[in-house]
Ligand binder design. Structure first.
Ligand code: ATP
Ligand code: MG
Length: 417
């Protein structure tokens, strides 16, 4: 994409009413727009990141046999009354039909999906199943001060598993746990993300959270210094000692980027999701749920990998792979940079081409703020020498590559993910 065609611009000043680091950076770099507290719009650069995160997660969900669906946001009061979550939950956004009657805007989807599955599951031969979606959730969050990490409207990947019994559920659960570890590793935050034992809320005694170290984190975890297992502060009292026997812990501020729950038969019992086993006996389906907030993950990457100059995207989710920066506007430089751009596009490289008529300083500052992993500079100097400067955004390392080897060099970075 030519930068002269991109309608967003960077800005120098922080937005006045924004207290979170992720939204401050993302607004200044033109990735998102703030509508109001907890409500954000994704602009072209931001949407490209969200779509890449979605693609990365989808790949791992498909690998474990997930089937993708998309359920409605509008929720039927009756089915939520069956699980007693219509009145009990204070995070609902509820609305009324013109002709009378109440609807809710879904904050999660256990109830409607369980209801859907009653149409298709009847025999032990129908199980196990894993079903997932990327879907907009609405939550009337009391505090919305963490930018896109805590939205009142946000995109979530939620998977639900349906198993014959506890044993089969545990197999699915273990696979999903591995898939989550892989997702956060590929998203560039593997080393600072801890699988963490936590209270499982209403569903089961414990759940597994994935907690990422970040200064602004709303959560506190205790990481065992001997075996690295982590415990959420809220439960820590019950874990005076780690399961490995050690009682030495390191405390960290974190944000929950994902979590996985054992739901047991709570929802299947309430909504009548059962199957006949081989002997013809009816049994309730054993369920699990597995969430990741896409904005939460994007905000976490923005906060934890950025530096004093701006955003630093890992190749796996970056809005573009290469930022091609043209310095100067003499005919030869323009022709050379244009050819370069066309050549990279033909090779399938995702390029943002800074073809604007602004100073070199402004171009470099913007490039640092936007945070594309590789920057290639085309100037009168590089055109003359035939060697182009390629800078890695994260490490600042500079390489000089010839025009003919550049595509291969860039693709070797892209292939690394
Ligand atoms: P938290 O304790 O942070 O409120 P939660 O326990 O309510 O999270 P779930 O209901 O299990 O979280 O949601 C699954 C995932 O969705 C979370 O792990 C997180 O990544 C994301 N998430 C939850 N609430 C929000 C929100 N308000 N904005 C963005 N992402 C969210
Ligand atoms: Mg919550």
């Amino acid at each position: 994409m030519r930068q002269t065609h991109l309608f967003t611009k960077t800005r120098k000043e922080s937005p006045k009413d924004e207290t979170s680091k992720n939204a401050d950076l993302l607004i200044r770099a033109g990735f998102i727009h703030k509508e109001m507290a907890g409500v954000y719009d994704y602009l072209p650069l931001g949407l490209r990141v969200i779509k890449n995160i979605e693609g990365l997660i989808r790949k791992e969900m498909d690998k474990v046999g997930g089937q993708e669906v998309e359920l409605s946001s509008l929720q039927n009061k009756e089915i939520w009354e069956k699980t007693e979550r219509w009145d009990a939950k204070d995070i609902w956004f509820k609305t009324e039909l013109n002709g009378g009657g109440e609807l809710g805007l879904g904050f999660t989807h256990e109830e409607p999906l369980t209801q859907v599955m009653t149409n298709f599951v009847s025999s032990y031969k129908d199980l196990p199943l894993s079903v997932y979606q990327f879907q907009t959730k609405f939550r009337n969050e009391l505090r919305a001060k963490s930018g896109i990490m805590r939205g009142r409207e946000f995109l979530m990947k939620d998977m639900y598993t349906f198993a014959l019994d506890k044993e089969q559920h545990e197999e699915l659960y273990a696979k999903l746990k591995e898939a989550y570890i892989e997702i956060f590793k590929k998203a560039g935050i593997g080393e600072i993300t801890h699988p963490t034992k936590a209270l499982g809320g209403t569903f089961s005694p414990y759940s597994d959270e994935f907690q990422t170290e970040t200064g602004s984190g709303e959560d506190t975890i205790h990481v065992c210094t001997a075996c690295n297992i982590a415990y959420n502060e809220e439960v820590k009292g019950e874990f005076e000692k780690c399961t490995c026997g050690s009682d030495s812990f390191e405390t960290k501020k974190t944000v929950e980027v994902g979590n996985i729950f054992n739901l047991g038969t709570k929802f299947s019992e309430a909504l009548g999701l059962s199957y006949k086993d081989e002997s013809g006996k009816e049994n309730n389906v054993h369920m699990g749920s597995y969430g990741i907030g896409l904005g939460r993950l994007m905000g976490t990457i923005a906060e934890t990998l950025s530096d004093e100059k701006g955003l630093v995207w890992p190749m796996s989710v970056a809005p573009f792979q290469v930022h091609l920066v043209r310095l100067g506007d003499n005919e030869e430089v323009v022709r050379s940079a244009d050819e370069f751009y066309e050549g990279l596009l033909r090779e399938g490289v995702e390029v943002l081409y800074d073809d604007r008529d602004v100073s070199a300083g402004e171009k470099f500052n913007d490039s640092d703020l936007i945070g594309i992993p590789l920057r290639v500079v085309v100037s009168a100097k590089t055109v003359q020498s035939g060697e182009h400067e390629m800078v890695e955004r994260q490490s600042g390392k500079t390489h000089f590559v010839t025009e003919s080897s550049l595509v291969d060099t860039i693709q070797s970075y892209v292939r690394e993910i």
